[in-house]
Design a protein around this ligand. Structure first.
Ligand code: F3S
Length: 283
């Protein structure tokens, strides 16, 4: 059985950076916290917990003088201010691409634009981005949503970093159709698109796909969905222990991909497990 691993499987730039910063902070010891899970990987969060890093939901739960690590998709402006007020040592692991989107929103508001954020309103990244607006701000998920917005003389558009370009384009077209001035910042990070394109291609070339990543990771779930549409023999797992050898009956080629928050060690464990199952079959 041939095992083909997608070239860009696993950590994107921002998650890699956040994870390094978090493990470095944990190594230094002392009371260390994250505001919400640092990345959407329960296994990484667990490793950090074993090193004494606690995940809390609110700055109020953190002892004064501790270190707080800000997760890769950022937090709300008020939370960051509360951490500064509480005299916490801040390790800001917000991905620089997310930071850019937050900064654009702050600038647009300051310059008198109403802000339109293209994204998922309940996603913590979007809630963080929105919090940087000091004027009117709306979250939309489609061109149709734009039609329901009040009249705006000056509109500024930014996107959740994981949106597709087509989606941003649809919203911008709807904004332009309303008239008024429209300023657009393309804040999409292509790490997601690259992984999706590559996964789509791989799913078309194999008999079975294994997608590794947190069940709470939206980008991993999306990869699994893309694969399933092309190949019903797709399995989304978090760890090698969840693999069922029966999945590989009659399989010649198996494709493996992983979400942007999946660490290399989990990917290695999965590919090793598949190879071991193959050896057992032959033996
Ligand atoms: Fe950053 Fe893009 Fe990853 S925004 S966290 S590099 S998916």
């Amino acid at each position: 059985m041939e095992v083909i691993l997608a070239k860009h499987a696993g950590f994107c730039f921002g998650v890699k950076r956040a994870t390094h910063l978090a493990f470095d902070a944990a190594d230094k010891g002392g009371d260390t916290y994250t505001l919400g899970p640092i990345i959407h990987s329960p296994q990484v969060v667990q490793r950090l917990e074993e090193m004494g890093v606690k995940s809390v939901e609110d700055v109020g739960e953190i002892k004064n003088g501790s270190t707080v690590i800000i997760r890769s998709h950022g937090v709300a402006a008020e939370e960051l201010e509360a951490a500064v007020r509480a005299d916490l040592a801040i390790v800001d692991a917000t991905c620089p691409f997310v930071k850019k989107a937050q900064e654009h929103v702050a600038t647009l508001s300051r310059e008198g634009y109403d802000v339109v954020v293209v994204g998922d309103a309940v996603h913590p990244e979007v809630q963080g981005i929105v919090s940087y607006a000091t004027g009117r701000v709306y979250v939309v998920s489609s061109g149709k949503d734009v039609e329901r917005l009040p009249r705006m003389a000056k509109m500024g558009v930014v996107a959740q970093t994981t949106q597709s370009f087509e989606h941003l384009n649809e919203v911008v077209t709807a904004c332009l159709a309303r008239g008024g001035e429209t300023r657009v910042y393309n804040t999409i990070c292509d790490a997601t698109a690259v992984r999706q394109e590559e996964t789509k291609k791989l799913a078309g070339e194999v008999d079975c796909m294994i997608v590794i990543g947190g069940f709470n990771s939206a980008n991993t779930r999306r990869l699994a969905q893309i694969c399933r549409e092309l190949l019903p023999r797709t399995h989304h797992i978090e760890t090698a222990g969840q693999i069922d050898p029966a999945w590989f009956e009659g399989v010649q080629r198996v494709g493996v991909t992983a979400g942007a928050s999946t660490p290399k060690w989990l990917i290695d464990e999965v590919t090793e497990r598949i190879s071991a199952i193959d050896k057992d079959k032959i033996g």
